[in-house]
Design a binder for this molecule. Structure first.
Ligand code: ATP
Length: 264
């Protein structure tokens, strides 16, 4: 349950990014990349600089700073490859900062379209696993199990929850992932494009749940290319372009500029 004291306190920071830089290192970008001799020569060159060893750097996030507060729903927008998913993964603690820092209050949860559930296990087992992975107790999961299944709508077209997840369509799998993640009250919940995958009816339900999660005093980040989803759920938007924060402000203002930029 959300802490009522935290709830009452307006402007409590939950995530602070301070001049954050994220750099990916990609191995094997020189000729003969896959061969054993290339691997051996890389090992022998240990200690020399990255470029010599055939390591390419991708500077995905460049000096991003912002502070997110409790009760905010923040949209992350920007063209393909602008660094949105990278920024979320860094906030979740899945990627190290090259320079700068991320501070978070509580454990942020990242819900991606690719969030790892086990394809060979049934939906039912995945609900339990996912719940345990988020730190819920078996009793809490039992209590919320039916709500999760009902919310996902997986059983609307037959008893699919007892079938392995590999038999689900991509939309059904995304719905189940969202439903599992949304069953818990998160301090910081980050959603990567999950809404775009469900059908319109499910999108509406998810948007409703995002609004509830915000009321429960958490902070929600939503990455989406769907400006309507952003408009309907977020009150603040961060616009990234080429890894830099181009604009940070109220949804209407930022979307207006972004739509000018994309020519819509
Ligand atoms: N694992 C990785 N290794 C190397 N480079 C990566 C990796 N993942 C992403 N990148 C690079 O980092 C940059 C930012 O990618 P990111 O996925 O964060 O963008 P995005 O804004 O989420 O894009 P999209 O809207 O297409 O999902 C891109 O240049 C991409 O090529």
């Amino acid at each position: 349950m959300a802490d009522p004291e935290k709830k009452a306190g307006a402007h409590v920071p939950t995530v602070i990014a301070d001049e954050l830089h994220i750099v990916y290192r990609v191995n094997g970008t020189r000729a003969g990349k896959g061969s054993a001799t290339a691997a051996l020569s890389r090992m022998l060159k240990r200690g020399s600089d990255d470029a010599e060893r055939g390591v390419r750097k991708v500077h995905a996030v460049r000096g991003v700073s912002f502070t997110a507060y409790r009760g905010e729903a923040i949209g992350l927008i920007g063209s393909n490859g602008s660094g949105k998913s990278t920024l979320l993964r860094a906030i979740a603690g899945l990627l190290p900062a090259e320079k700068g820092k991320v501070y978070t209050d509580g454990q942020p949860s990242l819900l991606g379209v690719n969030a790892a559930l086990m394809n060979d296990l049934t939906g039912e087992r995945n609900v339990i696993l996912g719940g345990l992975a988020m730190g819920m107790s078996r009793e809490q999961i039992k209590e919320r199990y039916q709500d999760i299944v009902d919310f996902s709508g997986i059983n609307e077209k037959g008893d699919f929850i007892t079938l392995p997840m590999r038999t689900y369509s991509s939309g059904m799998a995304a719905r189940l992932r969202f439903s599992i993640a949304a069953a818990k009250d998160h301090d910081v919940l980050m959603i990567d494009e999950a809404l775009a995958t469900g059908d319109r009816k499910f999108q509406k339900r998810s948007e409703e749940r995002i609004r509830e999660l915000r009321k429960e005093a958490g902070t929600v980040f939503l990455v989406s290319h769907n400006n309507k989803s952003i408009r309907d759920t977020c009150d603040r938007v961060l616009w990234l372009e080429r890894g830099e924060l181009r604009m940070d402000g109220p949804t209407a203002e930022v979307l207006k500029e972004y739509e000018k930029f994309t020519g819509k």
